[in-house]
Design a protein around this ligand. Sequence first.
Ligand code: SR1
Length: 325
Amino acid sequence: ADGLSGAPAPFDKGGVKIALISYISAGDFFQAYQAGAEAQAKALDIDLRIFPGRQDAAEQREQILQAINLGVSGIVIDHGLSESLGDVVQQALDKGIKVVAFDVNLNNPKIPQVEQSDHELASLALEQVVKDNGKSFNAGYVYVAGFAPLDRRNEVWDKFKSDNSGVVEKARFGNVSDTTATSTADQAKAALTANPDISVVFAPYDEFARGVKLAANDLGISKKLKIYSADVSTADIQEITEEGSPWVATVATNPAVVGAVSIRAAALEIAGQTVPHQITVKPTLLTQESLRAAGVKTIEDLAQKIPAFSTSDAATATWIPDKLF
Ligand code: SR1
């Protein structure tokens, strides 16, 4: 470790140990988030220890204890189930370890909370739904309770339905696992077969949207269905823009930027510098039409066209390199 010249201690010496502990590692979003965290850690000469997530609350608790024993200075917790984390996170804080949470409500004033402005994300998606479909339609909705970002997006969906009596939720389904897309596809097939009058599906997680698209394709109903999602990846852009795709819009950040912001927040905390309690990376609406018109094929294309896809001004400092992508 060489350290970073001009950086405050302990980053001036380098080799600061930070653990990234994820609840989910499978899927484009989480892989890109991790890649962004790794790039930012490298730029800060941080020794980043990655604990992969297998959607297992007990394992995530165990990983936090392992990180404490490793003598890390900071822990970034990426998703998880809040009720199973409180006591082990408190043990870390009691040892002087700085903790940052991304998309998991740890409800502790000492823990900065990173999020993608999920209320705004869902509102932007639903505004596009209304633009395309009006305020009267039968909908399918993909949701799994207990995940902070999905719960926040769900608050917006609930309000949207109560404000628009012509919007009827005919089916609700969803699954979060290491096979989210294919399991959701099976559920979507059953729901869409039982409710052939569904014309809109709100699927605010890209793995959900991918599952619904698969189902629509298998059932041969892609032409009469419109899917609205959250998140974006190069593979998603391909699926959204391909000929005849029912996936017509998504609202997204660059997850790599969110990963980088999470590491920067932990670094600032470790350096004893001010970090806001709420750190927000704002999402952008990406429609099928706008992606096709701009000839966008990859996340890198997006990063070139939309500044928010290459960097964020959240959790920055002059000593922290933040141009990573
Ligand atoms: C299971 S939670 C999935 C969501 O987490 C992140 O916030 C991504 O945006 C994804 O939609």
